[in-house]
Write a protein of this length. Structure first.
Length: 345
């Protein structure tokens, strides 16, 4: 048995390595053999296989040069593009699967100016597919909302398009805002809404506060921001609602501990005024430092002259003069008694 195996492996291989290398070279490179070079110099037409190999090598070379020369991200161009871009929120996910609905959305904003491009973002995926693959296969969560970024050709056209904020499209109140010049958040015009379901939508909040705060049920809301998880796109259970006037804020506060009647899963709301919260000191275990209000104070740092130091009664400034001791105080009396005892010894 061993002798037959030895004779089998001792035989030369039937595959000609030189021939394989020549075939591979003709597929990815230009012809290199002497006969083919002489044929090209004589002006003869090369065969189809050689021509295909030459065209393939040329196309690969052009693609590689184009990818290396063109930058992937240009911050200056991106900044200029943001000046012409608007944000459209609270769009139904059904718009991504319907070309007719997409054309209707473009037709809604077309009177303000020519639209350059439009892209959808921030939608919940039903499976573990990447967002781009889920968008192509339309494997997104039904009865949910998505966002859209619309780019105009002119900056002044994009600024005018913000007028459509609060417009009803496909039974949804649109939140339209500018990317470069967004609406500033005002605590005096806003309320915090808590105890929401994780699958709650912005539309239920739009309808609830318009019905309860507006006498004629017209739109009195500037925007609704439902805080969501960046990976799953599900809500975190709270939202910020900003109104157009402070009078509506007072009416919204009266709805505290009342059910969200416009929701599929009604829950008792927790509504309070929006206020700036002070950040408590957080201990950083790795660096051994205290972080307070965005300022890092290293442990063991010495006080410098002119800085305020807590617990010092000399005006609160380091480097101040120490106040003289009261001669009739307890500390002075005990010090005098101690010195007398030492002298007696």
């Amino acid at each position: 048995m061993s002798d037959s195996l030895a004779t089998l492996f001792a035989q030369p291989s039937r595959i000609d390595n030189k021939e394989l290398v020549a075939r591979k070279r003709t597929l990815v490179e230009l012809p290199k053999t002497e006969e083919e070079e002489r044929a090209l110099e004589a002006g003869q037409q090369p065969n189809k296989r050689t021509k295909r190999a030459a065209d393939f090598a040329k196309s690969r070379k052009e693609e590689s040069s184009a990818t290396t020369s063109a930058p992937k991200y240009d911050p200056v161009a991106e900044k200029e593009k943001n000046k012409r871009t608007i944000f459209i929120g609270n769009l139904p996910t059904a718009i991504m699967a319907s070309k007719k609905s997409t054309k209707e959305l473009k037709a809604l904003f077309k009177p303000f100016g020519k639209i350059e491009s439009m892209r959808f973002r921030s939608f919940a995926v039903q499976s573990n597919l990447p967002r781009k693959a889920a968008y192509i296969l339309h494997n997104v969560k039904d009865d949910d909302t998505t966002n859209c970024y619309m780019v105009f050709e002119k900056e002044e056209d994009s600024l005018k398009a913000v007028e459509l904020n609060g417009t009803v499209f496909m039974d949804h109140h649109l939140r339209v805002d500018h990317v470069a010049q967004p609406l500033k958040h005002d605590n005096k015009l806003s309320v915090f809404v808590g105890n929401l379901d994780f699958e709650e939508t912005e539309e239920s909040l739009w309808r609830f506060f318009n019905e309860t705060c507006s006498p004629d049920k017209s739109n009195v809301i500037a925007n609704v921001r439902l805080v969501r998880d960046s990976k799953t796109n599900y809500g975190k259970g709270f939202a910020i609602v900003q109104f157009t006037d402070t009078n509506y804020v007072s009416k919204a506060l009266l709805q505290n501990k009342k059910e969200l009647t416009t929701s599929k899963k009604p829950r008792e709301l927790r509504i309070t005024r929006c206020r700036n919260q002070t950040v408590a000191p957080v201990k950083d275990r790795k660096l051994g430092s205290a972080v307070k209000a965005g300022k890092v104070v290293l442990e063991g740092e010495r006080a410098k002259k002119g800085t305020r130091v807590k617990g010092i009664k000399n005006g609160g400034h380091a480097g101040g003069k120490k106040k003289p001791r009261n001669p009739e105080g307890r500390a002075a009396r005990r010090s005098k008694e101690f010195r007398q005892k030492l002298g007696a010894k």
